[in-house]
Design a protein around this ligand. Sequence first.
Ligand code: PHE
Length: 436
Amino acid sequence: MHCIRFQCNKLILISYTHSKPLQHYSNSSQHNNIHNNVTISLLDREYPVDNLTTITPTILSKVDRHLHNQYQHPIEIIKRRIVSYFSHKWVDSNGDPLFKSFDNFSPVVSLEQNFDSLRVPLDHVTRSKSDNYYINNQFMLRAHTSAHQRDTIALGHSQFLVTGDVYRRDEIDTKHYPVFHQMEGVELFTNEELFGNEQGSLFDPLKEETEEKQAEHSLETVLAIEKNLKYKLESLMQHLFGNNLQMRWSGTYFPFTHPSYELEIYWNDKWLEVLGSGVMRQHILVAGGKGSKAGYAFGLGLERLAMILFGIPDIRLFWSKDRRFIDQFINLQENSSLNYKPFSLQPPAMRDMSFWINNGEFEMNDFHEIVRDEGEEWIENVELLDEYQSPETRRKSLCFRITYRCMERTLLGEEIQELHTRITDRLQKEMSVSIR
Ligand code: PHE
């Protein structure tokens, strides 16, 4: 059910979450339906709530955690290892790092920054209300660090990394959490930087877009950028995981790169996707005032990398304040490896629930949000066990299995029952489902 949401070739996998027609959201004020002067206060600012608001108190409480800046937290360790790879390996003629690293851009961005600056189409599935934490019709918690591409270029940077917390409404399991961390990388080249003294030209006078290239670029540009980006990212992965690492590239789609590539690594008998990348859409450079250059961008998921590198089995652990988790990383030396030791594996408890839904009205991510909001760190997994449609009424019934497990201690039977009841009550109240 999960995928990197900007890839349209996989959208079919998440179509279930988009059973409602998508609304066309924009940063204009046409949806300016402010709800009774209710406001959300976030990072010293007040935001009026409106009919696009999806942010919840549970999510708001994560905004000031800054795991990627918490010294020796596994997410921070991964960030530092990647930044250190770039700043040692890629230097200018004076030996100074080429890439500038940013890790404190605010996660509150405008819809314009998150989508329009990248020309994500207005009807693109990734804008959906059920996928994002909208603050209101103008602001949201960024869904990806790509939201900063254009503005960082406009600040005058041509080689940079942006690390930050990103927010997406999603389903619940051990690999997905509504807040996670990404690192964006961007590198722009002049004609000379890309081709040196050799013959070559960044731009294509023919202005034709093909499978291989954007209208603006020449084919040599794409090939040279592709080679550069693949080399840097392959050697990054070897730096993190060792020289014998097996990797494979494949073509993919993002609205803001063309062509686009994703990289998978082979780890414990499985291929795992670790990044999306591609030749940046030229309009982003133009809007940032660097239309005379061409470049690439990539986005890395830091939780995925840390889970692989340290053998961390459950994504909720990153949010744990339990010293038995945190202390395992405190004295880890640069570049040394560590295998996370489970400090207490508590037994899971399963509870099922079945309910009737009104066809066409049920949003899967809204359901997961309520479960997450009530259950917080006590829920490990939510699985759809069964779907059934009554032949007479045509009404649909869904059966879910919720796995309760707390990382830190054993949950009591009564606690689980009480929580399960609270979730059921909220579903009946807020989602107009009827429990069977
Ligand atoms: N922003 C993309 C995502 O979150 C990843 C990406 C970044 C792809 C940069 C291409 C270039 O899925």
